[in-house]
Design a protein around this ligand. Sequence first.
Ligand SMILES: C[S@@+](CC[C@H](N)C(=O)[O-])C[C@H]1O[C@@H](n2cnc3c(N)ncnc32)[C@H](O)[C@@H]1O
Length: 292
Amino acid sequence: MEKSDIEKIEIDLLLEAIHKRHGYDFRHYSKTSIKRRLTQRLRLSKFKTFSDMLPGILYDDDFINVLLKDLSITVTEMFRDPPFFETFRKHIVPIIKENSFTKIWHAGCATGEEVYSTAIILEEENLLDQVRLYATDFNNNSLKIAREGIYSPDKIKKYSQNYHASGGENSLSDFYHAIYSSVKINEDLKRNITFANHNLVTDKSFGEMNVILCRNVLIYFDTILQDKIFSLFRDSLCDNGILCLGNSETLEFSDCYKHFSVISKFNKMYIKGPHIRDSKIPALKRYNSVTI
Ligand SMILES: C[S@@+](CC[C@H](N)C(=O)[O-])C[C@H]1O[C@@H](n2cnc3c(N)ncnc32)[C@H](O)[C@@H]1O
């Protein structure tokens, strides 16, 4: 047997142990990404083989937190992929305006930059008070940072560039203030955001939503798990509810695709229900998905 085949067995055993012992289910995450992350942990520690991590997983309660950090990729930024937020402002905001109340779920919110970006757009469009934003992640360390909304000033230049590239016409500094050597999102912007722990793989629906953003999360899952999560999203969305994915993600190959229409192929935005030309939503009738 090749060494790589043995390592595959070891990794499967570790994932099984993490699931059985701690309830976190990584068994259907992309194997390449999991192996890369575990190899990194191997290099940083005294372990010689993947199986050397097994006792830590079973008997050391702190080790699972180390592994959770390793296995959840938390890279994010404000107004990440500016064309996405530009399209959100131009084409999704008019739909939200037609609702008297809108529930938006940011699934896999990481350290909060994405949900604050949406909140800024909604505040600028005078919509924040008719919206409730739910921002969830399974990583409590990330959620703590998200709730605090405290970020390194080094990142702000890029965030500000993204904000303007996405069509923002004010100054990003309207929404944060300096605190010691960091910047902190203004409390007022958080007024309608609820942060909560939710595991997409093991937890049930988070309630009925009008909009779900789950961007750059499913890319780490295999197609079996992606399908399961797409069903969760389909069942969590009301009729005409909108699903937004990341740039490298698509609904197209899933069984759930037939329940959705494409709003923007480029920006991975989908609506649950009939083709947008047939939609009862006036804001949507004006558009042709091919052009967005
Ligand atoms: C790369 S970040 C994406 C953050 C943000 N959505 C963005 O696009 O910038 C992926 C996030 O998904 C979260 N995640 C991974 N598996 C998850 C799961 N099973 N349930 C909930 N969140 C998960 C990770 O903790 C991480 O915060």
